[in-house]
Write a protein of this length. Sequence first.
Length: 459
Amino acid sequence: MQPEIEKPMIIGLIESGDKDLLEEKLESWLPQELADLCNDLSVQDQAFVFSVIDREQAYQTFEELEFSIQVDLLNELRYRQVQLILNDMSPDNRTAFLEQLDTDYLNKLLKLLTQKERRVALSLLGYPEDSIGRLMTPDYVAVNQEWTVKQIIDFIRSHGENSETLDVIYIVDEKGYLVDDIRIGDVLLSEDHIPVKEILDGKYVSLLVTDDEEVAIKVFGKSNRVALPVTNAGGLLLGIVTVDDILQLAKEENTEDIQKIGAVEALDEPYMDVSLTQMLRKRAPWLIILFIGEMFTASAMSFFENEIDKAVVLALFIPLIVSSGGNSGSQASTLIIRALALGEITILDWWRIIRREIVTGLYLGLILGFIGFSRVTTWHFFTDIYGPHWLLIALTIGFSVFGVVLWGTIMGSMMPLFLKRLGLDPATSSAPFIATMVDVTGLVIYFTFASAILKGTLL
């Protein structure tokens, strides 16, 4: 039976307290399936599930749970089970959990670790936040470059059980400095007596322990590896980072960027777990900033109050003008932010980017400007709303849309690069932020064209 089909029956067994039958039913469940089950249970029922599953299922399921659920569950579980789970967890997943705790609770849990595991945990927690050092695991297989293929295979059989991955074997010298890495398939297909250094090619990719996590995402994207070695600046092998951790990290990074693009401070927890107070704290500051920005739009309109009084028809096109600039700016900023995130461009490419965006903005401006001009012209043949000066109004709208779209495109493409140059997150130049900025400048462009074209007629 599939877990989803079995779930109502499992919940019934939990409610009845039938441990023996529950243990039998959950024995074949995967950690991800058990985690999905726990998400639908109270913390007391989660603890009951953890009391019947085996030790390996327990720590693997715990690693799949959200942070808030993990904390509540640890407070509910028995002391011995908490101790086993923390010691059995992979070092990288345990570090990701421990680094989110407050100091008092962190110290409390560190005391439950064995001396060896505590040393590993403190070592990983000692690296800068968001660095590769926090993400790596010390569980890997490293062998000496002077060994033969047979020695390596024997070593893997006796010491490889706790390795995070056996797909790649790391080759070091006598002092532990990384020399190369080799796929396990190349080892298995070689003759037993051959020294491993004879089948090395020296083509390996490594990460520095102090590198930012975003560096790891980019390197994995280019290297097509299941794991990468992590070294210090001198080349000493310290640990490895596996692709499953990078995929999870990339998901979190993408989620954070998307939230920032929407003018929301990145949420630290799943949407449904964020309290109302936290949600207000995350969303209100940006809305306040954008609201203040829109006040400048009102100020700009009041500055051109005389023009609007003389030619009320101009007010009809204000939403059209400002939205055109905001939309073009939002498009450009989204494309540049994503290209920066993927490593397709850097701030050194700014001149190539601005030339490209100016040309793009010119064409987009011409297309939309022509549509705006045609709109007024077409309406003239069906209504007299624009009066005898309809052609001048059409030209005003056409040129204004052209100018605002061009300006919005330039602003949207350059703002992420400017923020990146200042060391800030380009995602904060979000679509609403760009749109608000272009709203103000768009009005200035609009009424500047209106004053020039309509002077002596409507103005």
